[in-house]
Every structure is written in C-alpha cells, then in structure tokens.
Design a protein around this ligand. Structure first.
Ligand SMILES: CC(C)(COP(=O)(O)OP(=O)(O)OC[C@H]1O[C@@H](n2cnc3c(N)ncnc32)[C@H](O)[C@@H]1OP(=O)(O)O)[C@@H](O)C(=O)NCCC(=O)NCCS
Length: 182
C-alpha cells in the first residue's frame, strides 16, 4: 500500500507555471470552466449553473484530499499569478500504487503547451516523488487535444471501450491511456 507523506501541500513549478493548492479564491475560474460547454464537452459531469456548485466542489476537493482520494492543483502563470486551470490525481488507488490524472484549462489558454508542461511535471512528481507505479487517463476518442497531451507525456493507449458512457444524449466510446513506471 502506498503511503503519501505530505506534511504540507506540494507546490510544483515548471518554466512557466506554478501548481498550487486550489482555494476558494479560485471559485470564479473554476465556475467558468465547469459551466462552459466548450471545456466540459468531453467530461461526463453536468454543467454547473450556480457559483455555489464551484464552491462546493472546492470543499469536496479538500475533503477528498483528507481521505487520500485525490490531490488537485490549480495551474497558475508564474509571471502574473493568474489561475488558468486545474490538474490532479483523482480516484487514487493507493493499494495499487495507481491513480487517474485529469485536467482542464480555461479556453483562453488552450494551445500554448501549458497542459503538457504541467502534466509532465505531475507525472514526474507522481511516479518519482510520491511513488505511484502507474497513471491512467480516461479520454473520449474525439478529444484529440487531450490525447496529444498524454501521448506527449509518454502515455500509451491500453484499452478502448465501445459506447461506455452516456453523455449529452448519446453513447460515447472511452479510451484508457496509461503510463507505467518501469
Ligand atoms: C485538453 C486540454 C487540457 C489541452 O490543453 P492545451 O494546453 O491546449 O494542451 P497543449 O497545448 O499542451 O497540447 C495540445 C496538443 O494537442 C494538439 N491539439 C489540440 N487540439 C487538437 C485537435 N483538435 N486535433 C489534433 N490535435 C490537437 C495541439 O496541437 C498540441 O499538440 P502539439 O504540442 O504537438 O502541437 C484543453 O484543451 C482543455 O482544457 N480541454 C477541456 C477539458 C478536457 O477535455 N480535459 C481532458 C479530459 S480527458
């Protein structure tokens, strides 16, 4: 069983980004993302309609972190401090040294390499510092940008499920990409 030894929340840095704990100060950008049909197009969670749902979500992250179920970071620009998205380990399975990864950015920041830059850091931290053995990402096949992000970070497709989920009125396929620490 993997034991996480985190006396304080781990702040992570890359060339352009600082990944820090999500707080209630992030409620507006989190609401913007979770209420956006563009951002949530490939994520099977109902669109948020009230800012209170974003607040509840932030509280739930704290709760799930206490229970060793997730670790969520806010992605911020080092230069300005602006919060541009979130990324984290979700549905952690410490008994299997495995976790899912997930991420979303505000659309204004798509296409600048930020998601790949942040995920590369998280992969390194997860496998080499925390001691996870494998990471997985669950991605809808039409989500080409997300597939490219994980592939750039060394994930490979391991599974493909037909009509696995019902999302926005239709059945959709899902693929699992993973990275194993050999
Ligand atoms: C997926 C997401 C995080 C990507 O963020 P990003 O910062 O734009 O990603 P990056 O710039 O690091 O890399 C994107 C890569 O995908 C490519 N890409 C983006 N959209 C693409 C598309 N429609 N078809 C093919 N490639 C695409 C880019 O060209 C880039 O590849 P490159 O570096 O080889 O040029 C962002 O689009 C997002 O937040 N989407 C909504 C939430 C979401 O779907 N999350 C993932 C759920 S599994």
């Amino acid at each position: 069983m993997l034991t996480l030894d985190l006396p304080t929340f781990p702040v992570l840095e890359t060339d352009r980004l600082r990944l820090r704990q999500t707080t209630l100060d992030d409620v507006q950008p989190i609401f913007s993302m979770r209420s956006s049909a563009i951002v949530m197009q490939y994520i099977p969670i109902p669109l948020a309609t009230d800012v209170k749902e974003a607040e509840d979500y932030i509280h739930s992250l704290d709760e799930r972190m206490k229970n060793n179920e997730c670790l969520n970071w806010s992605i911020t620009l080092k230069e300005t401090g602006e919060m541009i998205g979130t990324m984290g380990f979700y549905r952690m399975q410490l008994q299997h040294y495995r976790t899912e990864v997930g991420y979303m950015l505000l659309p204004a920041f798509y296409g600048k390499g930020y998601a790949s830059e942040a995920l590369q850091r998280l992969v390194d931290f997860g496998l080499n510092d925390l001691g996870f053995h494998s990471l997985e990402a669950v991605i809808y096949p039409e989500n080409k940008g997300s597939i490219r992000v994980v592939e750039k970070c060394g994930f490979v497709r391991e599974a493909y499920f037909k009509d696995k989920e019902y999302h926005n009125g239709k059945f959709v396929d899902t693929a699992i990409y993973s990275k194993v620490n050999h």
